[in-house]
Design a protein around this ligand. Structure first.
Ligand code: DX5
Ligand code: ZN
Length: 230
């Protein structure tokens, strides 16, 4: 029997009201979230800016939920220790920002910091070029939009890549980020994703607890790991 990791919905705080951050974090916990997704943007790797370790540290003081920190930045290796010290539980870097030559070193650096290790891939990045690294990490995250902004439309062309990755890595945590909502969740779960980052769809939902419960009870199709990419 294949041990498929559990399905989790992670509210993406990019869509939260930062003027009421502590309340928003408490409401996520109240709604049943176990993990939160935190978007760090540098205005260089992506055309938008958010915040650095200082705000992650403020989040850490306001919640005991798992903080999954998504670094959309060039040279993320410069900031790994700072984000870990701020209270990140998992640190995800973009393979495009690190490159093949330095990736193993960066994976080891995150591991040594004590955080879980994640790798993110843009929609036009071929995962098979990075399979060698997937065996060394806790989480692979497929961007189903081009990173930088919340509220964009899901890019369905990423789906066969999720399937191919699930077929090769049956027990890996596979996360999707971008345009994840009630209509796309059954699709990505059928493809083999088990972690759902959800920004605008979660924060706009009137029944957040019901949304999390519904998403986390979805059943992966039993043969998702055997479906081959187109
Ligand atoms: C986008 C970020 C996402 C963002 C997703 O670059 O990485 O985490 O919050 O937002 P939605 O769910 O609205 O597409
Ligand atoms: Zn993100």
């Amino acid at each position: 029997m294949r041990a498929m990791p559990p399905i989790r919905l992670l509210p993406s705080l990019l869509s939260a009201d930062f003027a009421r951050l502590a309340e928003e974090l408490a409401a996520c916990k109240q709604a049943g979230a176990k993990m939160l997704h935190v978007d760090v943007m540098d205005g260089h790797f992506v055309p938008n800016l958010t915040f650095g370790p200082f705000i992650v540290e403020a989040m850490r003081r306001s919640t005991d939920l798992f903080l999954d920190v998504h670094l959309m930045m060039t040279d993320p290796q410069k900031y790994i220790e700072a984000f870990r010290k701020a209270g990140s539980d998992a640190i995800t870097v973009h393979v495009e920002a690190v490159g093949q030559r330095q990736l193993e070193q960066v994976i080891n650096q995150i591991r040594a910091s004590g955080a879980q290790v994640g790798l993110a891939l843009n929609p036009d990045t071929d995962p098979e070029l990075w399979f060698w690294a997937f065996a060394k990490v806790d989480l692979v995250m497929f961007m189903t939009v081009y990173p930088g902004f919340g509220g964009q439309a899901f890019i369905p062309q990423v789906r066969p890549r999720i399937r191919a990755t699930r077929a090769a890595f049956p027990t890996l945590d596979i996360q999707v980020d971008g345009g994840v909502a009630r209509d796309t969740i059954p699709l990505v779960i059928a493809d083999g994703a088990n972690r759902l980052v959800c920004g605008s769809a979660y924060f706009n939902d009137k029944d957040k607890a019901g949304f999390i419960r519904w998403a986390e009870q979805q059943k992966p199709s039993p043969d998702a790991s055997h479906v081959h990419p187109r």
